[in-house]
Design a protein around this ligand. Sequence first.
Ligand code: SF4
Length: 330
Amino acid sequence: MKQRVFSGFRPTGKQHIGNYLGAIKNWLLLQDNYECVYCIVDIHALTTIESTESLQEDIHEMVLDWLAAGIDPQKSILFVQSHVPQVMELSTIFGMLTPLNWLLRVPTFKEKVKMQPQNVNYGLVGYPVLMAADIALYKGEVVPVGEDQLPHIELAREIVRRFNLHFGNVFPEPQGKLTSSPLIVGLDGIQKMSKSSNNHIEIISTPKEILQRVMTAVTDPARRYRSDTGHPDKCNVYSLHKVFSNLNTIEEISSDCRNARIGCVDCKKLLANNISNEFAPFREKRSILVSKPEYVREVLADGAKRAEAIAIRTMDEVQDSMKLLRRDIA
Ligand code: SF4
């Protein structure tokens, strides 16, 4: 029996290099060794977005990227959170078991309060409860996470443990699986790569677009002229070379930069070329998928059906263990 992985991602539209290296690449590896459930958490997104205008398009574009990158709907369940409404039911039940002070101390909640003081909504404080329901509904045992999400997983474990203690052993306690992906800093060289910081490169970008974006990247701030020697370890272009270039190129750049044998423009051109080559098969596959507009819809419908089958079984167990009167036998 394979363990079940659950992972959720907010609908952010076209994916960028940071998304690819931080999440998608790991998911591709996991889907061969685990039973994977990959969910687009559109309800979670409602806690922060001001408008739902682009939500459908964002979901569509994101799924196109995932499929083109190699997420295989035959191996993995790929679906939209709101298509399986039982998650809201389980979240409500978990909400009855979760002390408010557990939620108020979550670091990301405190950050969000600072970021959007005008919109500290009920969903924002309940975010980890819904996340626990997401994982538990599908009996997720393994959850791939970055370090910053570990407190959420710990909270999910506490909620699940509390349920099991009160009502019997229904849910496995999920384990966080730390992903080994490098932190991808954006083109500004300061913040994590993200769309909101506009310091990203979309993986669907054409070679020309990739070059244009890379050319805007901040380099070693101490290297002002071509004749200055550089410090590659202080340059984000170099850290991207470490991800996209081969070992020889990485070593050559390091040495040439330190000895002023290469200029930043040539160094960036080389990087843009390597990024472009890395995503050439992706671009080709995506252009085929785009020509089949119904395909994404079919994948998501099938994923929702498979996810709901698991959810119905889980909720039957939940209702039985809680001694609730089940509708189907009332
Ligand atoms: Fe960075 Fe390359 Fe310029 Fe060196 S040559 S500072 S590694 S962009």
